[in-house]
Design a protein. Structure first.
Length: 235
């Protein structure tokens, strides 16, 4: 899903790493071990394996929850933080119950029930009308995801903590990017991040939903590169 960003960022001289989280992509899908702590520990282990002391970390959607965990537990490993189509609040009780039911459905029936729910939340109206190939591609990724990984990710999101009161503790340079038509992480959620993060940069991208980096890749890349290029050499 980061293909629209990998080459443009690399061409400007940045080293770009797009990891598959456990249970997703080509990573293994163990029976257990899915939590925001576990995902964050995996990222730090990857940084250690690659001998990277600090990195600018971009977290989209669930990745944003992992990023907040990193900022709380491993602040020295994060040079700067990019919050993409995500939110700081935890699920309310209704949301937690919904995640539990979806996880059970995923384990019992596979990805199809999840696809139906998420396909209606991921894209802006114009994307739905003009980019059927993008919708088909993202749907195929969901369909190919191991049900154990889907269930594990849903339960990890269900159990995540509320980081809204802690946003002011994150002192790294930060960027918030959101889609104006995001129904999974609304612009109100982005406003909470922008208000809570001291001195953060931000952009709400028009005609974009939750998959903002793919729906409006040029605007997204311009924003991200502007942020990266403005970072001081040593922070």
């Amino acid at each position: 899903m980061w293909q629209p960003q990998l080459l443009p960022l690399a061409e400007t001289g940045y080293r770009v790493i797009a990891p598959d989280l456990r249970g997703f992509g080509d990573s293994e899908a163990p029976d257990s071990g899915y939590s925001m702590d576990g995902f964050a520990d995996d990222i730090v282990a990857l940084l250690d394996a690659l001998k990277i002391e600090r990195a600018v970390v971009g977290g989209m959607s669930m990745g944003g929850y992992i990023l907040m965990n990193l900022l709380e537990r491993y602040p020295d490993r994060v040079r700067a933080a990019c919050f993409i189509a995500t939110k700081s609040a935890a699920d309310d009780e209704t949301g937690r119950e919904r995640r539990s039911a979806m996880a059970a459905e995923a384990e019992r029936l596979g990805a199809n029930p999840i696809i139906k729910i998420f396909a209606e939340l991921l894209f802006a109206h114009e994307t739905m009308q003009t980019k059927p190939e993008l919708i088909a591609k993202v749907t195929s990724w969901m369909r190919d995801t191991n049900p154990k990984g889907l269930a594990g990710g849903l339960l990890a999101m269900r159990d995540r903590k509320d980081y809204t009161p802690l946003l002011g503790n994150f002192k790294q340079p930060s960027l918030v990017i959101a889609g104006a038509e995001d129904r999974a992480a609304s612009p109100d959620s982005a406003a909470t991040l922008i208000k809570g993060l001291t001195g953060c940069k931000s952009r709400i991208i028009e005609k974009a939903g939750h998959m903002v980096n793919m729906e409006q890749s040029q605007a997204f890349n311009d924003t991200l590169l502007g942020f990266l290029n403005a970072l001081p050499d040593e922070i």
